[in-house]
Design a protein around this ligand. Structure first.
Ligand SMILES: NC(=O)C1=CN([C@@H]2O[C@H](COP(=O)(O)OP(=O)(O)OC[C@H]3O[C@@H](n4cnc5c(N)ncnc54)[C@H](OP(=O)(O)O)[C@@H]3O)[C@@H](O)[C@H]2O)C=CC1
Ligand SMILES: O=C(O)CCC(=O)C(=O)O
Ligand SMILES: [Mg+2]
Length: 587
């Protein structure tokens, strides 16, 4: 394509997709947009640091060929009032990987957000925002080092879809009339109306990406964040679709939080990722008070927007909060913050957020060595207490430096010794791991307590069931009695007989059919005294329904089945204990 104002570098090659994988040449052409407000200041500093890191890491063998693209106020000047020229969109698609500074959006009127438009036009459906602690960064938290999360925010739907009808317009009146007269909705006269579309397609592809990330980066959990108690068919559906993706597409590597307690006694099995969910309001508190319990969060668009700025505050603020907008391959990296107009052109703000977005970009390109150098240098410069105003005002004894000076200091570190810096990063990782192991030990020692602690109330049999122990029908009762005593269990499930019926043998059966009958357990096969057919209930059976089943069938335990196979058992004692522990009923 012949560009009007974009100047493609004459050296370097474009990044391509070959056999479903990103192919990055040694001199890739990468797009960048300066952005508005503080954008030019931070972009200028970062370009120098990224180049220095690449040069240092690869001794000149690799080099990024930058191509400036135009959006926002600079574009409007060059393209005669057009803030988002068509050729910028084409170049972003063509170059595949780009990075951008923040862009201004007017509030309450004016043009729609260019940032949101960009994400929708390129279908950059995942907004990925890591939030982690760099040693020495000022924080209002007691243990900021425990914050190590990655937010996967759905980036194309929700209330950001732009389906809004301004109060007083004919369109608003038409929609209001339809909602009132045909849908029976009630709301105040003259209300502005916004629509919140959330689809299975949009939700599932986002959660799929989050789970794949968790697998690739060995993360231990993915938390679905939603306000599904209130917005049942949008936020609640997002949660349900998230669990569906995990179960249907990643069933071999994921377990639910329910199963963590009910099947695995709180001990996370090796290689399995726990899928859990939390309601959106409480997640803000949980991230502050119990950050070690979270690693990957999957959120809808609005919740993710709020949560990423709030989470950033735990580890130094938005000045150090990076992000990426990613489709299947095309990716546009950008800071979490905006244009901070009061600081524009003062050479004052922290370039850390854009800088670390560039680190994510280098990782996306597979240039990990350059990314590591920047991470390490940043840790060291912060440890030296030479920081921009935002950190300096919170760090006693710090020396405030300008944006450009901060860049110079980073470059000096990148060109200096880095072993020491890498050791700091590793020590941090070890500390986070140790905290997670401690939590796991606590969960395993007392799952009910951990469940209560995590704010979870058991509702269904799957929340409180124990894993079933299965025996063969031709084993002798004596052998199975030994095993039951050692394992401290009061029942076993018996494999299907010739007619395909599962059975159960309990301590009570041994009392009634062996001891009372004066028979020798060594001479009797389990099949002879097992009860068939087995009464099985589904995993989502409520505790009240399970209790009714036990009372009506005059049995003391129910077996929980999934697709016809027993997976757990719940006894009357389990119900008793749960009610005693967690309380029950509303009257
Ligand atoms: N992706 C994008 O392009 C985004 C664009 N925006 C747009 O940006 C404009 C301004 O939004 P606003 O709500 O003020 O939010 P901003 O994120 O631009 O700024 C809010 C405050 O955050 C702090 N801050 C932001 N960036 C930095 C930095 N690099 N270093 C240190 N501190 C920083 C400053 O805090 P303090 O005052 O305490 O020093 C600043 O006043 C709006 O038009 C908005 O639509 C907003 C978010 C994202
Ligand atoms: O587009 C904007 O102006 C704001 C977007 C935003 O806040 C975000 O993506 O985090
Ligand atoms: Mg935001």
């Amino acid at each position: 394509m012949a560009y009007q104002h974009i100047k493609m570098p004459t050296t370097g090659e474009k990044i391509t997709v070959v056999d479903g994988k990103l192919h990055v040449p040694d001199e890739p052409i990468v797009g960048y947009v300066e952005g508005d407000g503080i954008g030019p200041d931070i972009t200028r500093a970062c370009l120098r640091v990224w180049d220095a890191a690449v040069e240092q890491a690869y001794g000149g063998k690799r080099k990024i060929q930058w191509c400036e693209l135009f959006m926002g106020e600079k574009a409007a000047e060059i393209y005669d009032g057009n803030y988002f020229p068509e050729e910028t969109l084409e170049a972003l698609k063509d170059l595949i990987v780009s990075i951008k500074g923040p862009l201004t959006t007017p509030v309450g009127g004016g043009f729609r957000s260019l940032n949101v438009a960009l994400r929708q036009e390129l279908d950059l459906y995942a907004c990925v925002r890591p939030v982690r602690y760099y040693a020495g960064v000022p924080s209002p938290m007691v243990h900021p080092e425990m914050v190590d999360i990655v937010i996967f925010r759905e980036n194309t739907e929700d209330v950001y879809s732009g389906i809004e009808y301004k109060s007083g317009t004919p369109e608003n009146e038409k929609v209001a009339k339809f909602l009132r007269e045909e849908m029976g909705a009630e709301f105040f006269e003259g209300a502005g109306i916004g629509i919140k579309p959330v689809s299975a397609f949009g939700s599932k592809r986002l959660v799929r990406k989050a789970i794949r990330y968790a697998i690739d980066h060995k993360k231990d959990s993915v938390t679905l964040v939603h306000k599904g108690n209130i917005m049942k068919f949008t936020e609640g559906a997002f949660r349900n679709w998230g669990y569906e993706v995990a179960r249907d597409e990643f069933g071999d590597v994921t377990i639910t939080e329910d199963e963590l307690y009910s099947v695995y006694g709180g001990v996370q099995p090796e290689g399995k990722i726990v899928i859990k969910d939390r309601i959106a309001d409480i997640i803000f508190q949980l991230l502050q008070l119990r950050p070690a319990e979270f690693s990957v969060l999957a959120t809808l668009n609005l919740n993710g927007d709020y949560l990423s700025d709030a989470a950033a505050a735990h580890v130094g603020g938005v000045g150090i909060a990076p992000g990426a907008n990613i489709a299947d391959f095309v990716a546009v990296f950008e800071a979490t913050h905006g244009t901070a107009p009061k600081y524009a052109n003062l050479d004052k703000v922290n370039p850390g957020s854009l800088l670390l977005s560039g680190v994510m970009m280098l990782e996306y390109m597979g240039w990990q060595e350059a990314a590591d150098l920047i991470n390490a240098a940043l840790t060291k410069v912060i440890a030296d207490k030479t920081v921009t105003y935002d950190f300096a005002r919170q760090m006693p004894g710090a020396r405030e430096v300008k944006t450009s000076e901060f860049g110079d200091l980073l470059i000096a570190k990148i060109r200096g010794k880095t072993d020491e810096l890498v050791a700091v990063a590793e020590a941090h990782r070890a500390q986070v791991e140790a905290e997670k192991s401690k939590l796991e030990e606590q969960r395993a020692a007392n799952p009910a307590e951990a469940m209560k602690d995590a704010g979870r109330q058991p509702h269904a049999v799957s929340d409180i069931m124990h894993k079933v122990v299965t025996v063969k029908g031709d084993e002798s009762v004596a052998e199975v009695m030994h095993m039951m005593r050692e394992a401290r269990i009061s029942s076993v499930v018996v494999e299907p007989d010739s007619s395909g019926q599962w059975g159960i043998m309990t301590q009570r059966d041994v009392m009634r059919k062996i001891i009372n009958a004066n028979r020798s357990p060594a001479r009797v096969a389990v099949n002879e005294i097992a009860n068939r057919p087995l009464i099985m209930v589904a995993r989502d059976t409520s505790l009240a329904e399970a209790s009714t089943t036990m009372v009506e069938a005059n049995i003391r335990r129910v077996v929980v089945g999934a697709t016809g196979t027993p997976v757990g058992v719940v006894s009357d004692m389990d119900l008793f204990r749960t009610v005693e522990e967690f309380g029950w009923g509303t009257e």
